[in-house]
Design a protein around this ligand. Structure first.
Ligand code: NYM
Ligand code: MG
Length: 212
């Protein structure tokens, strides 16, 4: 393009149950992309560094109690407070690899019994991911991996409900990845699909918004 034009980065999200491997896979994906000279950053939600994020963190570690609707809106607010910096990064050409996003927000809250449409509403207008990796692992397998950290929601029965809700949220941006496969095989799939997506975004795919 013209001098000063910059092709945009891709918004790539990893979703899945607790212990499905999102955090390690996203870390590795970012290192891989950086190694290729692609500008990429690792982000995660909840972002526990903001004041909203600290409230969320205290709720997750059972240090405080909040009404289900209230905490749902705080998770959403935690994404809204990052929206403009995400957009700035993408426009500056940086690819964002994001460990959890709005789908976690809706899946976890609706698994508690909240209405799914009500859960989606505050996410409307957030940046839509260009690609969502769902690391698909049966809840029983995830539980066998151990290391549930003892946070709220980290129980097999609840994770089963979350998995059902995730199924309802699948759309065309999703790639279902078999997370039972060895770490290297999962990573290989993520790398290939992410590179394709980055190319598509570079060649002018517009940034869109969630659930409009
Ligand atoms: N979680 C995460 C939600 O309930 N709503 C959300 O919007 C997000 C982003 O927080 N069990 C839940 C899912 C996890 C927990 O996430 C903490 P992590 O990735 O373990 O830090
Ligand atoms: Mg966790």
């Amino acid at each position: 393009g013209k001098k000063g034009d910059k092709s945009r980065g891709a918004l790539v999200v990893l979703e899945g149950l607790d212990r499905s491997g999102k955090s390690s896979q996203s870390r590795r994906l970012v290192s891989y992309l950086e190694g290729l000279g692609i500008s990429a950053e690792l982000w995660r939600f909840p972002d526990r560094n903001t004041s909203v994020g600290q409230t969320i963190s205290s709720y997750l570690s059972n240090k405080s109690q909040l009404d289900d609707h209230t905490i749902h809106l705080l998770f959403s607010a935690n994404r809204w407070e990052k929206r403009s910096s995400m957009e700035d990064k993408l426009k500056a050409g940086t690819t964002l690899i994001v460990d959890r996003y709005s789908y976690s927000g809706v899946a976890f809250s609706s698994a508690k019994g909240l209405n799914i449409e009500w859960c989606k509403a505050p996410e409307i207008g957030l940046l839509a991911p260009d690609l969502v990796f769902y690391l698909d692992l049966p809840p029983e397998k995830a539980a066998e991996r151990g290391g549930y950290g003892g946070e709220r929601y980290e129980h097999l029965d609840f994770q089963r409900k979350v998995a059902e809700k995730y199924h309802l949220l699948r759309d065309d941006s999703w790639k279902i990845i078999d997370a039972c496969l060895p770490i290297e095989d999962v990573q290989k799939q993520l790398r290939d699909l992410a590179l394709d997506c980055i190319t598509t975004c570079q060649s002018g795919k517009p940034i869109s918004q969630l659930w409009l």
